[in-house]
Ligand binder design. Sequence first.
Ligand SMILES: Cc1cc2nc3c(=O)[nH]c(=O)nc-3n(C[C@H](O)[C@H](O)[C@H](O)COP(=O)(O)OP(=O)(O)OC[C@H]3O[C@@H](n4cnc5c(N)ncnc54)[C@H](O)[C@@H]3O)c2cc1C
Length: 273
Amino acid sequence: MDLDIDTVRVARTRADCVLRPGEAFLGGGTYLYSEPVPPGVTGLVDLTGMGWEPWSVDGAGLRVAGTCTLEELVSGPGSLGADTGGPYRALGLVAPCVSALTLSAKVARMATIGGNLALGLPAGSMVGLFAALSARAIVWTPDGGSRELAVSDLVTGVGVVDLAPGEVLREVRVPARMLGQRAVFRRASLTPAGRTAAMVTGRTGDRAPRIIVTASVTTPHGLYVRDHDMLDRWIDWIGREGAWYEDTHGSREWRAAMTRRLAHEAFDELSGA
Ligand SMILES: Cc1cc2nc3c(=O)[nH]c(=O)nc-3n(C[C@H](O)[C@H](O)[C@H](O)COP(=O)(O)OP(=O)(O)OC[C@H]3O[C@@H](n4cnc5c(N)ncnc54)[C@H](O)[C@@H]3O)c2cc1C
């Protein structure tokens, strides 16, 4: 840990969330405290002091606060999804998506949803989880307002997100009608406990299964899929677009092949084949 910073402020009110020059937000700190301090950052503003309810569910759907930890997500919404025939069965996606991060229990106790989404890493599996559930991200803007965008649109490049300086990822909302849908999860990595290199999530959808591809691509890709031909054409198009991601956890070619296989499996499962 190389914590060469001058200040840490604990945010208790919305006014505290207005960043001063050199400040950045702190969630659970599992990334920030494991990397060199980002250039120009001299202070941190700890959002966990805001005391937001980690998650809640009502007739409108599920809300998950930016400061909800991965552990809280699994023990709360994740446990609602354990009933595979129940009204929250889509939340069966929570546990495998959190496991896809291959974090230790210690890290999962601290790491937050907001931190995972804000990092915008290809292997940031909270994107694949919430994009599959057609969730919206609620973002607090520094002028005291807020804006909303689809989680699937949040990540715009490798480690690049649609969050302006000073914007807070306040919460993620999953519409109620998504919660009862059947969901699917597939993942591939080079070794059993390795970094997720391809992840396919999805849900049954209203008219056609919705498939989301993350981890093997530089930005999340999603499609309502009618048949296997359409799926193949889409996977080919992702390649032509130059969107396959490559690092030490897998080559472009291998990720593309794994994604194709997992996406077909996911489509079969969702369409009951
Ligand atoms: C062993 C290990 C394995 C890991 N594996 C993975 C992995 O497979 N995939 C992956 O994606 N990550 C991985 N990480 C990185 C990281 O732990 C997770 O992404 C985690 O979810 C980050 O959450 P955090 O709350 O700790 O973020 P922090 O470290 O607190 O912050 C991360 C970034 O998000 C910003 N931020 C935090 N909260 C908000 C908010 N609410 N609004 C706006 N900005 C915010 C911070 O300013 C910072 O830029 C791993 C880390 C470790 C230590």
